[in-house]
Design a protein around this ligand. Sequence first.
Ligand SMILES: Cc1cc2nc3c(=O)[nH]c(=O)nc-3n(C[C@H](O)[C@H](O)[C@H](O)COP(=O)(O)O)c2cc1C
Length: 258
Amino acid sequence: MIKWRIISDEYHNIDNVLKFHRTTMHHKANISVNHIVPVLDNLIETDSINKGYSVNLSNGKKLAEDDSFLKILKSRRTGWGFKKEMSVEQLSDVLQNSFGVNCSRQFGEYLVDLRPYASAGALYSVKPYVYINNVDKELDNRIWKYDAKDNSLIFVADSDIDSINSLTSTTKFRIKGFDKAKIVVFYVANFDLIFKKYGMLAYRLVLLEAGHMCHNLQLVSTKFNYSSVPIGGFYDLDVNKSLKLEKGQICVYMAAVG
Ligand SMILES: Cc1cc2nc3c(=O)[nH]c(=O)nc-3n(C[C@H](O)[C@H](O)[C@H](O)COP(=O)(O)O)c2cc1C
């Protein structure tokens, strides 16, 4: 007769991923202003692979200089300029083209909505939350959750620019500011959704997915001539409070556009 044995299955214990996340939180010592010459780290990086056998690919076929996609790739840069105004229509252009449902596909008996970025298991477990600033009276000074299915905003909380500036080290210490940004995006992973399917692997998957989303946002912002900044240096506990996040919801990335 087969005897059932209870084993501890840490791979499927969501508390492990939440505990691990806490150990990766932003730390005061990380602030880039603490680096005397930040770019030096880039210049002195040595890659041992460069010293080995290599083949030059410089003769590869290139896109034409005036190719519109190439132009966007070339001009995508992180910038805090935030000089361009944004109407509600332009806000919709940015959000819908970055994150909105743009296709439906049959998976077996189900018709599944798909979006402009790759998603682990097509679960879309990372949700964009958006603080809006200087766009529209009704939308400004509020945090919204973006609904990708019908391109709408769901109210989350009231806020203000000082609170939003206090959430990242770059803005808290006034190295830069969100004051002229039009939107500040928070990428919030919903572990209740993805952990059931992937266990601990879910932690990697949400980081990767947020990266795809943020890159989309930067490319779309570039297309519409907006500056954009991806941001990893934020304070988790303060973000959790501002966004009213619950256990199982984790902000993994941020970005500002304007
Ligand atoms: C994962 C990640 C986190 C980042 N976090 C910050 C940040 O907290 N503050 C900031 O000013 N820039 C941040 N950046 C932007 C980088 O500084 C910028 O991408 C880098 O200087 C290269 O410049 P480029 O984006 O114009 O190519 C981040 C970029 C990435 C990819």
